[in-house]
Design a protein around this ligand. Sequence first.
Ligand code: DGJ
Length: 741
Amino acid sequence: MIRFLRWVLMALLAVLTGSLARGAAQPNRVYQVSTAETQLVYTVGEDGRLIFRYYGPRLSNTDQFARWRSYNRPDCNREANYEAYPSFGLGYVNEPALSVVNANGSLITELAFEDYQQHLSEGVMHGVFTLLDQIGSLRVQLHVEAYQEEDVMAQWVTIENQGKGKVSLQRFYSSFLNFRANDYYLTHFYGTWAGEMNCAEERLEPGIKSIESKKGVRTTQSENASFILSLDHPAQENSGRCIGGALAWSGNYKLSFEVDERDYLSLLAGINPFMSAYTLDRGERFETPKFLFTYSADGRGTVSRNFHDWARRYGLHTGTKERPILLNSWEGAYFDFDEQILTNMMDDAAELGVELFVLDDGWFGNKYPRNSATMGLGDWQVNEKKLPRGIQYLIDHATSKGLKFGIWIEPEMVNPKSELAERHPEWIVPSPGREQITMRNQLLLDLTNPDVQEFVWNVVDKLLSTYPDIYYIKWDANRHVEQVGSPYLLPEEQMHFWVDYIRGLYRVYDRIRAKYPDVMLQACASGGGRVDYGSLPYHDEFWTSDNTDALQRVYMQYATNLIYPPVATASHVSASPGHQTGSITPLKFRFDVAMSGRLGLELQPKDIPAEEMAFAREAIANYKTHIRELVTKGDLYRLISPYECTNNHAANMLVRKDKSKAVLFAYCTGFNRRGIRPTVHLHGLDASKRYRITEINKTGKRKAFWGEGHIYDGAYLRQVGIELQIARQYDSAVFLLEEVK
Ligand code: DGJ
């Protein structure tokens, strides 16, 4: 009886003190990190947890978050699911951003807020939340960068082992974000070799949708580490709430979208935890890559323009520099060339107005001559039979024609039939006791090994120091990781391979950029296998795809430019019939498509029919005079999506920042029956300005717009639009819009 009374008394006391404590609850501390237009808000309550509260348009006052109380589920009285950096531990039910095995074997991590610091420097607000596990030994710093003008945010973490023993990181995402809407629509990118960056949009249902790569290298060939998330309804171009995201990492990644039982959407972005447990010794720190994201209250158009602005300023090497028009030798000559063939190509290229000649694969190897993809990779000496007078002879010839010179390399890989493989079998990613699986007849070098890093650096350094006039390097990577492993790493470190490979690669790139800041680098990995914001700060551009078919490119470049800027999107005019699709396409269509990105040629110039040479020359001249500036620095407005148009049209426009000039590209992707013509509303123009419309790249007298040559109000062009006379598959038109004062 006494025990029962004591129990009742205790229970009463507990209820009383509980409600007293609730009544006297301290307000949350509120922290916010903002760009010009957007804001992230976090709070710290009495339990010391840092909670993610809000990402959206910038609020004039965030004080109200101090009063925030959540209605939690009865079986979960913490808000652990929506912590700013949720860790696996008590009270956790959703996918965590961090999970570890502590030195004592405990699987629990509970991070409590310690401190927040922020400073503003050169347009970037950098906030750092310090979080501590009081019982475990981890100190986690959550970094948030807010790029003021571009409205882009970046998040990443550093994880430090402050304990005495080893800690094993099982998952270590860069970022966690949380959203509440009635519906979630995810636009993501998928494909394969010669068909990268297709665009798909899907409604997210309860459960987890993941976008990931486990390929180690060429990680963007099948899915890209980027997305657009639209809240409430499918993404629109000019309206609706959208979030764009992209991970700045060239290795395995995972983006996970979890719609939970409360209909909240949690997003995790970072390195893929797949077979990647990473051990931290005492005192060691692990830094994750940056996750970049941007918010738009007016559709995906703003998402793209924010990313493009950010990339040009921070995320792409020489982001605002105009790129030369190039002729790449690959589809014009493949492996079958000699000096004469190359110098003839240069002569013809110069005639056309091309500015840079790039010598692709096949120029190296003597014991194992690189006359096909079967041998020689790794032997970076000039093939004396094909090029008896060496590279300098080619450079001199190019220079004499007013062309710059570029060259292809693939320094991360090796053919088993090569002197390199004979000399350094210990540098090759092995599969001890098993059959070695080649891909395109090649194997991967172990870039976790500093000696291999030194070798790769030397390939580049030797080329650039021997031939200081090399202006451009195309960096290829034609296989991914299958039989993972490193003879260099210790047995217990084998799972570090994925992360350490990319860190090794970046170390080499850092050295290259420190010594050769002015050399142009193209990121190529069998085409678009390395299109990510981790590699782009080292590169001036990427090879969008080995598929150069102009119609395919309308789709691919549309999707690519949702996230990555046109100035970096290498886009080449190739032969007809196309080498990948066999399609027969007009030269005009091929030029009109290629000119919406970084223009190049990928053919044997002699194959351009004589009667079309004048058109090719004129198109190249138009690009130089009018379009290149807009591709480099302009704002992209997508006017008709090839994916969404119920007829067979596509159109987009590049607009000068001050809106005084624009170029409109319009394409027919299929046959349109009689009477179906695209009406294009020229969003992006200034309604209060007046514009003269001039058609360029014309092949005859026929006008694609009857009002061509006349002056129109910006408001008219936006609201009424213009109807284009393009109807058959491969019809296309390019218009300049120039302000008339
Ligand atoms: C794959 C690239 O994407 C092509 O452009 C070409 O460089 C070949 N490799 C050369 O082997």
